[in-house]
Design a protein around this ligand. Structure first.
Ligand code: NAP
Length: 336
């Protein structure tokens, strides 16, 4: 077959308005590249931000979203790496986006062979969240055993990984969620503390009901806005806040005094930038750590539903529903 289906957007906008399912030519790999037949790809918050034109440094449309996924390498464009992965099931890392189509061409080094025992749905979310959780906790903040780490959006897929990493590595987590029902959802992970924060609440006051003032020295925030802004004043001496998401789409606002007091620091983390600065050995070590974390159940992603590519409208609506119980996957294999 010389054509395939792809989800394409011609202009930035609301994903359900601008994404279209198109029949397009099957791409051919050049030297050092491979063609991957996609099996599934998650709908991550970053994919939706890309389509809205507010993610990182967006390249102009027309474009196909999809930063990660699982597929099988069907064609090599030549070169040792491409030959090595030919025929293998791989995690498809696509920092430029482009995985929401039936076939994708990527540099062979971005097709990561994964052991057969890892389930397909886990390989679909192999990299973006597991790598971010691991890198922030163990390489950026290096949270020591026994310390408290405060996190927002704690019931996100990534937040759950951080809770489990806390159990494995010996740090304690304070988990902020926006809905009271999320308490029960998180309870099975046995997090140390869960706080429900809503507009108008005072985070510092909530926190004092659980632990003594000034004890939190590490925090990560994916929400921003009033919640993210209130974290700063909750940090104890030398406290560090890493911001890694913009879920509320609102800015952080705080007095410079909040940073000066206690020598607090705020820093940003973006996986795409971090990866650019790493050598192949570090990446290899990280991939191995992720495989281990998936096998141990620490870096796994719960899947709420899977939709065939032609039902992308339903998939998008589900992905944007507050309180959904896990990731939404798009599936690309044609249903006979
Ligand atoms: N910087 C990086 O390199 C990097 C890498 C990976 C992920 N991220 C970011 O990490 C975050 C989590 O990603 P994910 O894939 O784990 O998410 P996810 O599983 O899709 O879950 C999204 C979570 O965000 C919560 N949420 C949505 N809007 C919110 C708001 N306005 N205020 C508070 N909570 C809100 C939802 O809560 P409900 O359950 O209440 O709906 C849900 O728990 C995202 O912001 C993503 O962009 C960043």
């Amino acid at each position: 077959m010389n054509t395939m289906r792809a989800l394409v957007f011609d202009r930035f906008g609301e994903p359900s308005d601008v994404l279209k399912l198109r029949e397009v030519p099957v791409p051919r790999p050049g030297p050092g590249q491979v063609r991957v037949r996609m099996i599934a790809s998650p709908i991550n918050p970053s994919d939706l931000l890309l389509i809205r034109g507010v993610y990182g440094r967006p390249a102009g449309p027309p474009a196909v979203p999809g930063f990660e996924g699982v597929g099988v390498v069907e064609e090599s464009g030549g070169g040792f790496l491409a030959w090595r992965v030919l025929g293998k099931r791989v995690a498809v890392l696509n920092g430029q986006g482009g995985n929401w189509q039936e076939q994708v061409v990527i540099p062979a080094r971005q097709a990561i062979p994964v052991p057969d025992d890892l389930p397909e749905e886990q390989v679909a979310s192999f990299f973006v969240n597991p790598a971010t959780a691991l890198v922030i906790v163990t390489r950026v903040l290096r949270v020591p055993r026994g310390e408290w780490l405060l996190q927002t959006a704690a019931n996100s897929s990534l937040g759950k990984m951080i809770i489990r990493l806390g159990h494995t590595l010996g740090f304690r987590t304070i988990n902020v969620v926006r809905r009271p029902e999320a308490r029960e959802e998180l309870a099975e992970l046995k997090p140390d503390k869960i706080l429900v924060w809503q507009e108008g609440y005072d985070l510092a006051q909530l926190l004092r009901q659980h632990i003594p003032e000034g004890t939190v020295r590490y925090a990560v925030d994916a929400v921003g806005g009033p919640l993210g802004s209130q974290i700063i004043s909750c940090l104890g001496p030398d406290g560090r806040l890493v911001v890694y998401g913009t879920l509320s789409d609102q800015p952080l606002l705080f007095s410079p005094r909040e940073l000066m007091v206690n020598n607090r620091r705020v820093e940003g983390f973006w996986l795409a930038e971090w990866v650019k600065r790493q050598g192949p050995l570090t990446m290899l070590r990280l991939f191995r750590q992720i495989v281990r974390g998936l096998r141990q159940g620490v870096l796994t992603t719960k899947v709420a539903a899977q939709y065939p590519i032609e039902r992308y409208h339903d998939a998008l609506a589900h992905a944007e529903t507050p309180g959904r119980s896990g990731k939404i996957l798009l599936r690309f294999t044609r249903i006979p």
